[in-house]
Ligand binder design. Structure first.
Ligand code: FMN
Ligand code: SF4
Length: 134
């Protein structure tokens, strides 16, 4: 399992990073990876000494401005990866990689970066969308 989907907990592989850290000590750098989608969680992993670095692959597909937003104190504006693995599935079939919550991903040359906009009138839920189609 390389890209754990939404059914799996965030930071699912951190215990393995911790174990690797305990085994190798300072002889190697440890990267933690796997459903780390939150800057706070990333910081905590480093602060706890479980890893030297944190990889956030899908988190940055979902929001390439993740780090910038955190630096600017706008973490609440982050578009979070939902673990749908639309990206990984497309990659597996040789299709362009894009993202369910950031459709501009992989199409930046055509659409530009960060072009996803919130709906002005979002529907409350799936059931209300079914009840009031269109
Ligand atoms: C679209 C996509 C393509 C990937 N391609 C590779 C790859 O070519 N080689 C690789 O080692 N890992 C690849 N991965 C796995 C990531 O490097 C990473 O281990 C995985 O996505 C889990 O991290 P995440 O939860 O931060 O996304 C890919 C992941 C995604 C989503
Ligand atoms: S398609 Fe986007 S939201 Fe879904 S897993 Fe991939 S990066 Fe995350």
């Amino acid at each position: 399992m390389t890209a754990p989907a939404m059914a799996y907990p965030e930071g699912i592989f951190v215990p393995f990073a911790r174990r690797a850290r305990a085994i190798v000590g300072s002889r190697a750098k440890i990267f933690a990876v796997g459903r780390i989608i939150d800057i706070q969680m990333a910081e905590q992993i480093i602060a706890d000494g479980d890893a030297d670095m944190v990889a956030m692959t899908r988190a940055q597909l979902a929001d390439p401005f993740l780090v910038r937003k955190a630096k600017e104190g706008r973490e609440q504006d982050t578009v979070r990866c939902i673990g749908a693995n639309f990206c990984a599935s497309r990659s597996r079939y040789g299709l362009e990689v894009t993202c369910l919550v950031n459709p501009a991903a992989g199409r930046e040359r055509k659409w530009g970066h960060g072009t996803r906009k919130d709906a002005t009138n979002p529907r409350a839920s799936w059931s209300s969308a079914v009840a009031r189609p269109g």
